[in-house]
Design a protein around this ligand. Sequence first.
Ligand code: FAD
Length: 413
Amino acid sequence: MSNTYDVIIAGGGMVGASLAVALADLPLRIAVIEPLPLGSEAQPSFDERTIALNAASRVIFQTLGVWPGMAADAAVMRSIHISDQGRFGITRMQAADYGLPGLGYVIPTRSVGQALFQRIEASNRIDFICPASLSELAWTGDDSVDVTLDDGRSLRARLLVGADGARSQVRTAMGVEADLHDYGAKAIVSSVATSRAIDGRAFERFTATGPIALLPGPHERCVLVWTRPVEDADELVSQDEAEFLTRLNADFGRRLGRLHALGRRQAYPLYRVMARRLVGPRSVLIGNAANNLHPVAGQGFNLGLRDAATLAEIIADACAEGQGMGDAARLAGYARRREADRRAVAGMTHGLIQLFSNHTPGLRSGRNLGLLTTDLLPGLKRRMAVRSTGFAGQPPRLARGLPISTHEPQVVS
Ligand SMILES: Cc1cc2nc3c(=O)[nH]c(=O)nc-3n(C[C@H](O)[C@H](O)[C@H](O)COP(=O)(O)OP(=O)(O)OC[C@H]3O[C@@H](n4cnc5c(N)ncnc54)[C@H](O)[C@@H]3O)c2cc1C
């Protein structure tokens, strides 16, 4: 095995593995470095969670040919219902109003992983180096970056992609600072049955102590994401099932009848991380390494997948033009293309939490009015829907159903 690659992707989680699949048909040598195999209990990306993929992410996976491998485990989300506990204002979004079969799809992250890894394993252009993690980076020349692994191996790449999560080592080695906000909260994730059928409807209910999301899950179960202050979340996770369900039913209300038959509970600490810069010499950040968001709007992976799809397009263009993909002008182009989307999605997500965690009376009635107004104003609702389905601004080609390369690729010398 030669140690020289066109692209090295540090991190084979949801976003890094998606990028590898997007690049698999280009005439490139690719390495993915990942400390934990797909089936490992400790794998942070492909774990117990069931997440919401938006409509654009589904198109990206469909265009890459991996959607059929995961579709059987996906439940369609035909509408979203947003409410504020104790207030009558609500807003509803329906896929049919925007000509879409679904606003999104709820799917276990492990199913996404299996479909992606089938493609990675079938490719003779991708070396999946696992278990291994990045230990040191060095920029010895202008046209490559040297990567040392924890087992002492040395690799060289024209482009290094940091897809190694919110605590990205690549980001640190690139000298990129990040803005951190600790929400002082945890998201409790589980599955639950409902006495009234959820029938493709997703519910987001804001309460005084944090939002509760109930999503239509695969196999007739609902997916629960319940955000609570840290101590409260820890207590809820350790309570017995009956006590937990009593509190959940009280906070969520009766829209779906009685919530019962709770699944396994898992709690995730919530913080936002925004890298101040996305690119450096021969290096670039994608996914959580670039932007780690609160899960309230279910946008983190969707945003990261658009990072991967945009970067794949830029690399494909470099291949088509017979040029190196890691030069500064191309990477600056990636950063420019991602800026508006990441700012808007991160702003919307953070804004929702700030707005709904404020309990001053004037603001509460204001947001009640806001929900009502949003429901009544089709233009405003359409803008929200376009943003949350992932089609705002200039979506990457893959999200428009087009192949990443519009030209015949050339072998890069
Ligand atoms: C409770 C919860 C619910 C969520 N729900 C949704 C949702 O509904 N919709 C949505 O879009 N998003 C959701 N998200 C966000 C989503 O999970 C993340 O955006 C997504 O996991 C990011 O993937 P990633 O590959 O960038 O990073 P990660 O998932 O963190 O993966 C990073 C990978 O890098 C590897 N790694 C770590 N260190 C190194 C190293 N030194 N060298 C090499 N590799 C390394 C790790 O092992 C891992 O495989 C949710 C998040 C949470 C916490």
